[in-house]
Design a protein around this ligand. Structure first.
Ligand SMILES: Nc1ncnc2c1ncn2[C@@H]1O[C@H](COP(=O)(O)OP(=O)(O)O)[C@@H](O)[C@H]1O
Ligand SMILES: Nc1nc2c(ncn2[C@H]2C[C@H](O)[C@@H](COP(=O)(O)O)O2)c(=O)[nH]1
Length: 213
């Protein structure tokens, strides 16, 4: 088990976070391969509400947020059982807090309050990642990468929505650091560091993470 080698530090539970198209799945996959850790990856293509949501956010937000929340809860419950509680490391391409970041943006009034209560019931007791790699990116980079990824239903995303999410992520990361001071948050400049095209940029990120493992 990981603790056998690292006496003081907890077993790595690494989450990669950032706004839509920042490069989370790409970086999480590369890190899992490099460290030889299992990868916990979000399944997007089977989501029945995403395309409807982008056509009418107001109408579909509650269904979509609940769908994400229940799926992530189940996935994390399995991950805790199979890895975290056994002292095995894992890399994830999301943090459960992401649900609340999006829900605060898309839900209002009674629906937000109902969602908030369910969110806390489901997630308060879950073990949380001890390292967050936060890819901070500007709007132009996100738009370029969303276009490059080429999912039909994302091509008309309102840039205003992405701008708001960029700000929401900034606020959320600051809040997380305050609420959980023991969590290591590594912020990556996703505009300047291109870990896909430049292997040396990936090495910088790996070195930074290693300082905390
Ligand atoms: N650093 C990068 N440089 C260039 N392209 C990237 C980079 N990171 C991700 N991409 C590409 O951008 C798109 C979105 O990346 P992805 O990892 O799916 O983002 P996310 O999981 O944050 O939504 C993909 O087509 C991916 O290949
Ligand atoms: N409203 C929400 N949308 C979400 C949430 N999690 C992901 N998403 C959307 C954003 C993208 O279109 C797609 C894939 O997400 P990536 O961040 O991996 O690009 O799903 C959410 O919780 N709420």
């Amino acid at each position: 088990m990981w603790e056998d080698h690292q006496v003081k530090k907890p077993c790595p539970f690494i989450a990669v976070e950032g706004a839509i198209g920042a490069g989370k799945t790409t970086l999480a996959t590369m890190l899992a391969e490099r460290f030889d850790f299992p990868l916990l990856k979000e399944i997007v293509d089977e989501n029945p509400f995403l395309d409807k949501f982008y056509q009418n956010i107001e109408e579909w937000a509650f269904q979509l947020e609940m769908f994400f929340l229940c799926n992530r809860y189940k996935q994390l419950e399995d991950t805790v059982q199979n890895y975290v509680s056994r002292g095995l490391p894992v890399v994830s391409d999301y943090h459960i807090y992401k649900n609340w970041i999006f829900a605060q943006r898309t839900l209002h009034g009674d629906k937000r309050e109902k969602y908030r209560q369910i969110y806390h019931l489901l997630t308060d007791d879950l073990p949380k990642p001890n390292v967050i790699v936060y890819i901070k990116t500007e709007l132009a980079t996100l738009l370029r990468r969303i276009e490059k990824r080429g999912r039909d239903f994302e091509q008309d995303i309102d840039p205003g929505y992405l701008e708001q999410l960029i700000e929401d992520y900034e606020t959320a990361i600051t809040q997380l650091q305050t609420q959980e001071p023991e969590t290591v948050i590594i912020t990556i400049d996703g505009n300047a560091l291109d870990f896909v095209e430049h292997p040396e940029h990936f090495e910088q990120i790996v070195a930074k993470i290693k300082e905390h493992l």
